[in-house]
Design a binder for this molecule. Structure first.
Ligand code: SAM
Length: 356
């Protein structure tokens, strides 16, 4: 009975791994789907996965232990420390295992877990930290709409910015829906990222770039870049290349990155005559405590109340809403508080399907 009770948390963890595997499959990562199913079996069979996860069986599901573990493994692959596994990781120049269930890649992952458990375990204590460059496609379209409304320079402020990569969105090349936004020479190319009646592409002038996050990642440091790269699913090469391109832009185009909660950022910015101040956030609201979310909303309302036809304010968001398909791209502008859903996007941002 005691032994059975002791096994329950492991079974719960195995179930979470299978749940995460299904999500990876649905979101286009057959490699991670296969590896996580094998890892769930290995965990229940008492293999190396069990030792790696020891002490983490009571971690809450939303802390995504499966992605933490694969993030640690990916870091070893990207730094050339994971032997044969790199052969199956497209992010490291390998070829994804095309066979059913990642059956050839699994023994190579098992060796990493068996031989380097402590290196992988180090990653289990940190939340996965991503910065999805594809989400910039939604922001760019919203900025085009703003400039069409009033052609003013933009002060761009992002909360929950992670590494602030999307603060350089005016330097991304984005095409689709009959439009072409940004320089064709950009290292970040989001082709086919706009569908439907896309906003007319405009030149947007960003004069200020301010990002803030409770746990910002420095995109200029090697450790920061490795951290962000490691949480990209290794067979999603397009995401990986976008991220690399965004690192290049981050090195060339300065942006401020503050370590602070969203409520403090919003409380500390004012509006300036002759500009749009644009507050933007993507896939971060779900992480806020109730009080913090209320303070963010109050800060947004206060900025809206200060807006004038010269000192304008806009709130652009890409945040999931329960019970709706697709993530809405919402734009609210002041003065006058005009609210519109401009379109919808999948969780990783592209393609954005614009509404008319
Ligand atoms: C899923 S990530 C999204 C990052 C980025 N917005 C993107 O779309 O790539 C959520 C981010 O929100 C940040 N975050 C969570 N709570 C926060 C808060 N109270 N204030 C500011 N950032 C917060 C996390 O540190 C994390 O970087």
């Amino acid at each position: 009975m005691d032994r059975e009770a002791a096994r329950l948390p492991q079974e719960r963890t195995a179930l979470r791994f299978r749940w995460q595997a299904n999500l990876c499959a649905a979101l286009g990562s057959p490699l991670y789907a296969g590896l996580l199913r094998h890892a769930a079996d290995d965990l229940l069979a008492g293999g190396p996965t069990l030792a790696v996860l020891d002490g983490h069986f009571d971690d809450r599901g939303r802390t995504a232990p499966a992605l933490r573990m694969l993030g640690g493994v990916h870091a070893l692959v990207l730094t050339g420390q994971a032997g044969e596994l790199a052969e199956f990781y497209p992010s490291a120049g390998g070829r994804a295992d095309a066979g059913p269930g990642a059956g050839r890649a699994w023994p190579a992952l098992l060796s990493v877990l068996a031989e380097q458990p402590e290196e992988v375990r180090r990653w289990l204590s940190h939340p996965p930290q991503t910065n999805e460059v594809g989400r910039g496609a939604a922001l760019a379209g919203a900025l085009c709409r703003l400039v069409a409304k009033a052609d003013l320079p933009i002060r761009l402020v992002e909360v929950g910015a992670s590494a602030g990569l999307n603060l350089r969105v005016d330097h991304f090349e984005i095409t689709g829906g009959g439009q072409s936004f940004g320089p064709a020479s950009s290292p970040v190319r989001l082709h086919g990222a706009w569908l439907g009646p896309a906003p007319a592409a405009r030149k947007v002038e960003i004069v200020d770039r301010i990002g803030a996050d409770i746990a910002p990642v420095d995109p200029l440091s090697e450790a920061g870049r490795l951290r962000l790269s490691s949480y990209v699913w290794a067979d999603q090469i397009e995401r990986f290349l976008r991220l690399r391109g965004a690192f290049e832009l981050a090195a060339a185009i300065p942006a401020e990155l503050r370590a602070e909660p969203a409520s403090r950022t919003v409380g500390g910015i004012g509006l300036e005559p002759g500009t749009w101040t644009v507050l933007w956030h993507s896939i971060m609201r779900q992480y806020l405590e109730e009080e913090e979310a209320a303070a963010l909303d109050a800060g947004i309302a206060a900025l809206g109340a200060q807006a004038t036809p010269s000192a304008r304010f806009a709130h652009v968001s890409l945040e999931p809403v329960k019970g709706t398909d697709g993530t809405p791209v919402e734009l609210v502008t002041w003065p006058g508080e005009k609210r519109r859903v401009l379109g919808t996007a999948p969780p990783h941002g592209i393609p954005v399907r614009w509404e008319g």
